[in-house]
Ligand binder design. Structure first.
Ligand code: UN1
Length: 494
């Protein structure tokens, strides 16, 4: 029997009211069950929002450094448990152990970063146009928030949301992805162990269409932070717009790596292989388009194929494995369908393109690393987010066209250029419509002290991580104190 886990509501671990459960399984071996989790519905969400509302007043009045200290303690707990969490992460969502360690580390780093933010939490002071009047701005929490996280970074991305919500003084209901409920539970346990008061963070397991929808729709929820697909993000943003709720969206992308003729090809090839196939291409920042200059194309392509052909595909616990399974059966089918679309559209399949079966593969969702050539910017495989181990080469013969192609999708999260030409470097920095731009570095591997988020349909203008993280969860309050003993009227009125 798989171990049974619970929701965390008002400081207590409780079953779903319906009593129904769902299982979390290993994508490399579907016979392995990591645990069973409450299949929650609107009544559970209701209880969690109620708990968050009950805890809100005390929490927003708790000194900011004290709020933030919980994050320091939770970070130390994760640090102590890093290896155990990383191993469970690989078993729950598939990615290689070294990437799982990176995911946990990213969570630890951001917990520490936000813990420090508790002793800053800066506002501004500004002058008044009137005598004996003092003006300043302070941050005010937006209230109870719903945090809806994806499965591809089961620790890091929830921490991107939970940590700034805690420092900001919000109380929250966290609905993790149904594919990674175990890691979400362990994360919440670490915050409980760190002494976070009851109701400040509540955990409701379940599926988007029930628990997720109920959370977004709940009247008590004043803001929603969502990371996931454009399709779902659009539905959430529409609802939030109507209800005048704050919402921050981190959605799809179609990231690009440009290779110019003067690029160091060793680096460009390695960055492309890492960017396209780490986490089996299941990162919002994955390199799914390679825009390669004709002068470098033949050699780049040969070297990339050589690099990819040497990739071992398998269980992420095996230290030799570079390409792990994709998250579930449904995602596997979706990726395979996109590969068919690419072939039909006339892209040339250079390698991969198929599901792997047989010894070691039969119980998991394995797809061979797939590289297309002759991809054109208008193809669906060049426009739509695939979220799998698939990338494609688009040819170009000049920088204007390369930048135009890079910008030619509705998304704009992460872009990279490989060149040493200073003019091309600065043109890329200036012209790329992406929230994250790399020069001679892969499209993946964002660091937590930088703002993370995208332009155009990738988001709605918010940024996670970095110094901007608090903006997602706070309002600005403009405060003026008049100590003149008079009623002073601004704008020059006597
Ligand atoms: C994501 O893919 O959803 O840039 C987040 C990176 C990570 C974060 C990715 N640090 O690869």
């Amino acid at each position: 029997m798989a171990e049974e886990y619970r929701n965390y509501i008002g400081g207590k671990w409780v079953a779903a009211e319906s009593g129904e459960m769902f299982e979390s399984r290993n994508p490399a071996n579907r016979d392995e069950v990591l645990g069973s989790f409450p299949h929650s519905g609107p009544e559970d969400v209701d209880a969690a929002v109620q708990a968050a509302e009950d805890a809100y007043r005390d929490w927003m009045l708790t000194p900011v450094p004290e709020r933030a200290d919980h994050l320091m303690r939770a970070g130390l707990i994760l640090e102590r448990r890093k290896e155990e969490l990383a191993e469970l992460m690989t078993r729950e969502m598939g990615k290689t152990l070294k990437e799982s360690r990176g995911d946990v580390q990213e969570g630890i780093d951001f917990l520490f970063y936000m813990a420090g933010e508790g002793r800053r939490f800066f506002g501004h002071t500004m002058p008044s146009e009137l005598k004996n009047k003092f003006s300043m701005t302070v941050r005010h929490p937006i209230g109870v928030v719903g945090l809806i996280a994806p499965w591809n970074f089961p620790i890091a991305i929830p921490v991107w949301k939970i940590a700034p919500a805690i420092v900001a003084g919000c109380t929250s209901v966290f609905k993790p992805a149904q594919d990674t409920p175990l890691l979400a539970t362990l994360l919440v346990q670490s915050l409980e162990e760190a002494g976070l008061p009851a109701g400040v963070l509540n955990l409701v397991h379940g599926f988007g269409r029930e628990a997720g929808v109920a959370l977004v729709d709940h009247e008590g929820v004043r803001g929603v932070s969502f990371t996931g697909s454009l399709e779902v993000g659009r539905q959430i943003a529409e609802k939030c717009g109507r209800a005048m709720k704050r919402c921050s969206m981190e959605l799809g992308s179609k990231n690009v790596l440009i290779v110019m003729p003067d690029a160091d090809l060793d680096l460009a090839v390695e960055a492309s292989a890492w960017g396209a196939f780490a986490t089996s291409g299941q990162r919002c920042t994955a390199t799914s388009r390679l825009v390669v200059h004709d002068a470098a194309r033949k050699e780049f392509t040969e070297r990339l194929l050589e690099r990819v052909s040497g990739m071992k595909v398998g269980n992420g616990l095996d230290p030799e494995v570079e390409l792990a399974p994709v998250i579930n059966e449904q995602q596997k089918q979706r990726v395979l369908e996109y590969i068919e679309v690419g072939k039909k559209e006339g892209a040339t399949l250079l390698t991969g393109g198929e599901e792997l079966t047989g010894d070691g593969y039969d119980k998991g969702n394995f797809i061979a690393p797939t590289v297309f050539d002759d991809m054109t910017p208008d193809m669906r495989i060049a426009q739509e987010e695939i979220f799998g181990p698939v990338t494609g080469i688009i040819r170009t013969d000049e920088i204007d066209e390369a930048l135009r192609i890079a910008n030619s999708t509705q998304y704009g999260l992460s872009a990279s250029i490989y060149t040493h030409d200073i003019t091309n470097v600065f043109r890329a920095i200036q012209e790329l419509e992406f929230g994250i731009v790399y020069v001679n570095a892969p499209t993946i591997g964002a660091e937590i002290q930088l703002p993370f988020g995208g332009m155009k349909s990738t988001g709605n203008g918010h940024r996670e991580a970095g110094p901007q993280a608090l903006d997602e969860f706070t309002e600005w309050k403009a405060v003026s104190v008049d100590f003149s003993g008079k009623v002073q009227k601004a704008q020059g009125i006597d």
